[in-house]
Design a protein around this ligand. Structure first.
Ligand SMILES: Nc1nc2c(c(=O)[nH]1)N[C@H]1C(S)=C(S)[C@@H](COP(=O)(O)O)O[C@H]1N2
Ligand SMILES: [Mo]
Length: 199
């Protein structure tokens, strides 16, 4: 047997290489946590290469689309993984069902507050485990974890799971987001350890 490549003792079919399981819930982001005085003024914009651009309020998102609960494992590129995190929200595939994505579109740029973005391929955005969450463990998201709405794309490193989402822009070209411009990977598959763009 060969153990030489094993750098931690928590490797398993649940934990990607060189990740360690935590039971805490670390808070990680750049910039400041937004607070909303009047959440009825908040909206989510879906635009770019779509036939029917949309603008939704939080109430729209909660009432127009089926509420799902998805439990999944999340993996931050800094090395922590958290197992069995339980999110409530809407499936990305349900949310964009009526926008009619144009054929040229290949990527989704997820826009958050303060101009923060991250980029994913449409098939990653629409994966069956992907959602836009408004609650965690049955409670509304806390401000530091992304209230009122965040992406949860658990099959990619967690930096792709934008907090404080305000826009979904469909594009033909891939536009590197905040961490991607700083050297992080355009796709970010934790099982392939796609941490940096030169990997
Ligand atoms: N808007 C925004 N979303 C973000 C980030 C950020 O800097 N800004 N950081 C990402 C990173 S690196 C991680 S690991 C997760 C952390 O989510 P958490 O604070 O809920 O654990 O948020 C991601 N989403
Ligand atoms: Mo992260």
């Amino acid at each position: 047997m060969y153990f030489g490549k094993r750098r931690n003792n928590q490797q398993s079919d649940r934990v990607p290489p060189n990740q360690n399981v935590t039971t805490t819930f670390p808070v990680l982001h750049s910039g400041t946590i937004p607070y909303y005085e009047d959440i009825s003024k908040w909206n989510l914009q879906i635009y770019g290469l779509v036939e029917n651009p949309k603008l939704y309020t939080l109430e729209d998102i909660k009432s127009l689309f089926p509420k799902v609960e998805l439990t999944n494992d999340i993996h931050c590129v800094t090395g922590w993984s958290k197992l069995d995190t339980s999110w409530q929200g809407v499936r990305t595939a349900d949310l964009i069902k009526d926008v009619k994505i144009k054929e040229q579109a290949k990527y989704v740029i997820i826009h958050a507050e303060e101009g923060w973005t991250t980029n994913v391929a449409i098939e990653d955005f629409l994966k069956e485990t992907s959602l836009l969450a408004y609650a965690y463990n049955g409670e509304p998201l806390t401000p530091e974890h992304g209230y009122p709405l965040r992406a949860v794309l658990p099959h990619l490193y967690f930096w792709k799971s934008a907090k404080w989402v305000r826009g979904l822009q469909f594009t033909e070209k891939n536009h590197p987001g905040f961490w991607e411009r700083n050297g992080y990977h355009m796709k970010g598959d934790p099982w392939l350890e796609q941490r940096f763009s030169f990997d």
